[in-house]
Design a protein around this ligand. Structure first.
Ligand code: FAD
Length: 300
């Protein structure tokens, strides 16, 4: 089975390694379309990269590029994030094909698993179609361990479709990618202000962690929505999740309850977050922030 992966510079390299790891469960013949300017000479685990360094990063343009290659592949896979959720349904619409989204487990080439209803139910899907197009949740897959480097072919496309027009690209490359981070420090409405979130960023730096947030914190303007964890934000499964001032509404829990170790800090001892926490501290989060300065509390 030939597999074609699609990835762009708006998506992280750690997500790409997990995407390759997931594809390896189905085949060893894996190629990649990469759209963006990153250097891929050290990329491992794929045979051939079709590298479009100057292409326009919008759905019609990406769909046009995929269609220039897709006839040689039975399977097309992407990492499920906001970028792919934009271009891959567009592409499927163009070629009139169904797709499987948010796959968290590959059982075999026809059976897959994913979470639905905000993580309350895991469903198994049987798929017998001729062509398989799917998005996977990278957090549930191991990164590729392959050492083989790829052959890179520089490609160009004349097509530059400006619809919708791209006004601004916001990159957060200096931050750890929240969707694949090993440690996440997350803040809620309890932090009370944007200025207090700056303290959370300092703590995250200390732990080499990504920063997450509840929707209430995002809606209050304390932090931008790329950090939101939960049903309508990112679904993550880090090794360690530390929450501060997050009550633990079901919509938030559905985005982080698969973390291996959950540490919750909240002044309300009845807060639902404690029902999923492995370690809890019921008290003032600002006190906790002071006490955590310079200390390494991350369990191994
Ligand atoms: P709150 O519930 O207000 O909790 C704040 C917590 O801070 C409280 O527990 C309080 O005790 C504590 N606190 C306050 N001050 C201190 C202090 N000084 N020290 C210690 N603790 C303190 N939410 C998400 O997070 N993600 C989603 O993706 C999401 N999607 C949603 C989708 C839908 C359709 C709907 C209806 C809701 C969604 N929500 C989502 C919102 C969700 O229901 C909650 O409203 C939200 O998660 C609450 O955020 P919070 O815990 O920060 O705020």
């Amino acid at each position: 089975m030939n597999i074609l992966l699609i990835h762009t510079e708006k998506q992280s390299m750690s997500a790409l390694k997990k995407l390759i790891g997931a594809a390896e469960q189905l085949s060893k013949t894996i190629d990649l379309i990469y759209i963006g300017e990153n250097d891929l000479t050290q990329l491992q685990g794929v045979q051939q990269v079709f590298h479009y360094s100057k292409a326009t990063l919008n759905s019609p343009s990406i769909s046009h590029i995929i269609q220039a290659h897709d006839q040689n592949y039975q399977t097309i896979m992407v990492h499920s994030d906001t970028t792919a959720k934009d271009f891959i349904p567009y592409y499927c619409g163009q070629i009139r094909s169904p797709m499987l989204s948010d796959i968290s487990k590959i059982i075999d080439k026809n059976h897959f698993e994913r979470a639905i209803y905000a993580g309350a139910i895991r469903e198994q899907i049987k798929y017998n179609g001729d062509r398989l197009i799917m998005s996977i949740r990278g957090i549930y897959f191991e990164a590729t361990a392959s050492k083989a480097t790829a052959k890179i072919k520089q490609c160009t496309t004349k097509q530059s479709i400006q619809y919708p027009e791209l006004i601004k690209t916001q990159t957060t490359t200096d931050e750890i990618d929240l969707s694949t981070a090993e440690i996440v420090v997350s803040g809620g409405r309890g932090l009370g202000s944007k200025e207090n979130f700056a303290k959370l960023f300092e703590l995250a730096k200390q732990f080499n962690a990504a920063v997450g947030a509840s929707r209430a914190a995002v809606d209050a303007g304390y932090i931008d929505n790329s950090h939101q964890v939960g049903q309508t934000g990112k679904i993550i499964a880090p090794r360690v999740y530390i929450s501060l001032g997050i009550s633990g509404a079901v919509q938030h829990l559905s985005g982080m309850k698969d973390a291996q170790i959950i540490i919750a800090i909240d002044k309300n001892p009845e807060a639902p977050i404690f029902s999923v926490a492995d370690y809890g501290y019921s008290g003032d989060l600002f006190n906790a922030l002071e006490k955590l300065k310079g200390k390494n509390i991350i369990p191994h």
